[in-house]
Design a protein around this ligand. Structure first.
Ligand code: 5AD
Ligand code: SF4
Length: 449
């Protein structure tokens, strides 16, 4: 019998992309093969995101398009995975009747069985959250490449009042250190050069006596020529030990994603973020001392309930003080079931939009200035391949995750580390000249470049 063909689209955060690789690992083991297009597929899955309303609306729109395929192929199974499966199971299956399959983030092992239910005309539903599921033993399906994501823990116990994640992804749980280290080894053997360890709050990683700093150093030891990144950190839980670990290993990137959300202590308290701006700024100062050259990115929400113009100005002030390399910036979106949902969403949409635009404009200016300061300096770049615009140029990333473009040089290939002297910069990209190749086992120049 010919194998069933699967088509999958992924929305939302990197955790979802990592989960899609787990889903592919599971279904390939059950004989599924991949379809290039939705119209060739027997099963179409959307791995979805609920973090803001616009993410969900986009996915509803896409479902509307895909449903049309069922007119030609009534046996087609259409399914929703991920956060929307947890949040909207009844709406999707019972009310809108648009899908045959709804499977939440902790039930992917049951996918083969639930898809069979749908093939036989039933509704495949699996939306239980688990306190223990980590998919530790599942080998994710990854195409060959240079860069991989590894999810090291699942769920979140922080309950920020705006956030739906604790409800859609459940309680926090960590994978075993040994199995993560094994995965890094396998990726290194396959020629991967960069691994990003993922979790909603990696700082609370725990496997018996090992904490996240232990995990990070164990991963960095596997292959000193492999860059290690991680995300996301919570300002309350980021330990000194972690900062020292980052500074100790030349292959752990000097880059910390540290969502602040707001510059106002009053708003932070309403958000249940459990730190003050004073604590946050002291943490940034400490990190700068321990890790010379460290850079930061952040997440910011504009227009949280009761946010005043003064609160908004405090956010802009904070951004000016920290000078983030980059930021992910959002308008507050009320999510049913969260604590903030019960607060009055009282900042009018046009005010949210205006404040968000001011935040974006300020960040653009800061990113541009930071990049201008790199002109004349040398950066170590992991070469990824030809630049998008021209085969005559190569593209790669610096330690601080900035894209750098430089003219191709003989014998330089994807996966090499090279030193590039920056000549010109925009807000998003560095342009430079090739200086020399760098010994991949001695990336310490990264720390001083
Ligand atoms: N509205 C707007 N932004 C949100 N985020 C999480 N929940 C919401 C929401 N309800 C943002 C936060 C978080 C990032 C992943 O998404 O900034 O850090
Ligand atoms: Fe959501 Fe807060 Fe957990 Fe991040 S730390 S996933 S914002 S609840």
């Amino acid at each position: 019998m010919e194998s069933n063909k699967l088509y999958i689209e992924t929305y939302g955060c990197q955790m979802n992309f990592a989960d899609t690789e787990i889903v592919l690992g599971i279904l390939k083991n059950h004989g599924y093969s991949l379809a290039e297009n939705p119209d060739e597929a027997d099963v179409i899955l959307l791995n979805t995101c609920s973090i803001r309303d616009n993410a969900e609306q986009r996915i509803y729109g896409r479902l509307g398009n895909l449903k049309v395929l069922k007119n030609h192929n009534p046996d087609l199974v259409l399914g929703i995975l991920g956060c929307m499966a947890e949040r909207l199971r009844d709406d999707l299956i019972l009310e809108k009747k648009v899908v045959d399959l709804v499977v939440g983030p902790d039930e992917y092992r049951r996918l083969p069985e639930l898809i069979d239910v749908a093939f036989n005309g039933g509704k495949g539903i699996g939306v239980k959250l688990s306190r223990t599921e980590t998919y530790d033993d599942i080998v994710p399906h990854r195409e060959d490449g240079l860069q991989a994501w590894i999810s090291v823990m699942r769920g979140c116990d922080k309950f920020c009042t705006f956030c739906v994640v604790p409800f859609t992804r459940g309680r926090e749980r960590s994978r075993q250190l040994a199995s993560i280290v094994d995965e890094v080894k396998q990726l290194s053997d396959r020629g991967f050069k960069e691994v990003t360890l993922l979790g909603q709050n990696v700082n609370s990683y725990k496997d018996e006596e090992n904490d996240f700093a232990d995990l990070l150093s164990a991963c960095a030891e596997v292959d000193r020529s492999m860059r290690i990144r991680f995300t996301t950190s919570h300002p309350q839980d980021l330990s000194d030990k972690l900062l020292y670990t980052i500074s100790e290993y030349s292959n752990i990137c000097n880059y910390i994603h540290l969502p602040v959300q707001s510059g106002s202590d009053r708003i932070l308290e309403l958000m249940n973020r459990t730190y003050t701006i004073d604590h946050y700024l002291k943490l940034i100062e400490k990190a700068k001392k321990i890790i010379p050259g460290v850079s930061f990115s952040t997440d910011i929400i504009s227009g949280f309930p009761t946010e005043t113009y003064e609160d908004h100005i405090m956010t802009l002030d904070l951004m000016t003080q920290v000078r983030y390399d980059g930021a992910y910036m959002f308008k507050y979106s009320p999510r049913e079931g969260t604590k903030a949902f019960k607060m009055n969403d009282d900042v009018p949409d046009d005010v949210k939009t205006k404040r968000l635009q001011e935040i974006i404009d300020l960040q653009s200016k800061i990113s541009y200035e930071i990049n201008q300061q790199l002109i004349g300096k040398e950066e170590i770049v992991l070469v990824e391949g030809p630049s998008k615009k021209s085969e005559l140029f190569l593209s790669g990333r610096t330690d601080s995750n900035k894209v750098a473009i430089f003219p191709s040089a003989t014998n330089i290939k994807p996966g090499d580390y090279v030193k590039v002297k920056i000549k010109r910069a925009t807000q998003a990209t560095l342009f430079g000249d090739f200086v020399c190749q760098v010994d991949p086992f001695n990336l310490s120049a990264l720390k001083t470049a």
